[in-house]
Design a binder for this molecule. Structure first.
Ligand SMILES: NC(=O)c1ccc[n+]([C@@H]2O[C@H](COP(=O)([O-])OP(=O)(O)OC[C@H]3O[C@@H](n4cnc5c(N)ncnc54)[C@H](OP(=O)(O)O)[C@@H]3O)[C@@H](O)[C@H]2O)c1
Length: 272
């Protein structure tokens, strides 16, 4: 299913990957619903879009507002064809120091929020005889990476939920489920990463700053979504290798991750 003429709802559309997804999807004819918390940032992204857009801000973890939000999204163009669950927050903190509440927050935004929205939209897609749901997981959703114990757990949970969901809805209901697995992509994500105490980190890091340019990453994501690919991997170098080693040589992977962990801890201590 190409995006031309489709209604595509993107969460996390005020920044980074989601913002670029909205811009590129609109260029190929999608009508885009942009969600995130910051109305002004969403409006700025909408102004860069080439087709009709609907700015629909909401706090993804406020589960009490979601019924109303869904109603508005469906009412806009009499249905939603594609939901891209993309909003997320990462982490930069050691497990030994991280407050338990930070784990709960990371699970809330990265896992429970998309699951709740997905649960709400599923009956709509079943009734319409089809649809497409995507989740932005991460390479950290396949490989446990240092400083990201909670983030990796939430993103692994996403892979589990959405793969199991696909097995239930793909054939009987014609609903495609795409799991997006990006490696490092140049976005502001590291700045809003949660620290051990749950505050925003406030600064980026070299891995993200030298990652894949967001325009390039999103071109690959859009191509995968238009193709209804079940898994869309957008990773280069070490991250791509890590995904491969996970299956073929896990010992080498875990040794490499230990070295990366040592370096990451040193970087974290130098930066903070
Ligand atoms: N960049 C990478 O290297 C990378 C790698 C792998 C996976 N990912 C994943 O890709 C997705 C997009 O990340 P990004 O890199 O584009 O980061 P980003 O630029 O920081 O964007 C995050 C988006 O999530 C939204 N968001 C965060 N908390 C929210 C909440 N409580 N309620 C509603 N919206 C919320 C933000 O909107 P507001 O601030 O307006 O609420 C923002 O639009 C995330 O799921 C991330 O985990 C990113």
């Amino acid at each position: 299913m190409g995006f031309d003429g489709k209604t595509v709802w993107i969460t996390g559309a005020s920044s980074g990957i989601g913002a670029e997804l909205a811009v590129q999807a609109s260029k190929i004819g999608a009508h885009v619903i942009l969600s995130g918390r910051r109305q002004k940032a969403l409006e700025d992204v909408a102004a860069r879009c080439s087709s009709e857009t609907f700015v629909l801000p909401f706090e993804a973890t406020d589960y009490t507002v979601l019924d109303g939000v869904l109603e508005k999204a469906i009412a806009w163009r009499d249905g939603v064809d594609v939901l891209v669950n993309n909003a997320g927050v990462t982490q930069r903190s050691l497990a030994v120091e991280t407050a338990f509440s930070v784990y709960k927050d990371l699970m809330d935004i990265n896992f429970f929020a998309p699951v709740k929205l997905t649960q709400l939209i599923l009956p709509h897609m079943v009734e319409r005889g089809g649809g497409h749901i995507a989740i932005t997981s991460s390479v950290a959703g396949r490989v446990g990476a240092p400083l990201r114990t909670g983030y990796a757990a939430a993103k692994h949970a996403c892979c589990g939920y959405y793969e199991a969901l696909r097995s239930e809805v793909e054939k009987p209901h014609n609903i495609s489920v795409s799991v997006i697995i990006p490696g490092f992509v140049q976005t502001p994500i590291a700045k809003s990463a949660l620290t051990a105490s749950g505050e925003q980190r406030g600064q980026s890091d070299p891995n993200i700053d030298t990652g894949i340019p967001v325009e390039e990453a999103v071109q690959e994501i859009i191509a995968g979504l238009e193709n209804r690919d079940r898994e869309i991997i957008v990773a280069r170098g070490l991250e791509a290798q890590a995904l491969h080693l996970r299956n073929t040589d896990p010992d080498t992977l875990h040794n490499t991750l230990s070295v990366f962990g040592e370096q990451s801890v040193a970087t974290l201590l130098n930066n903070d």
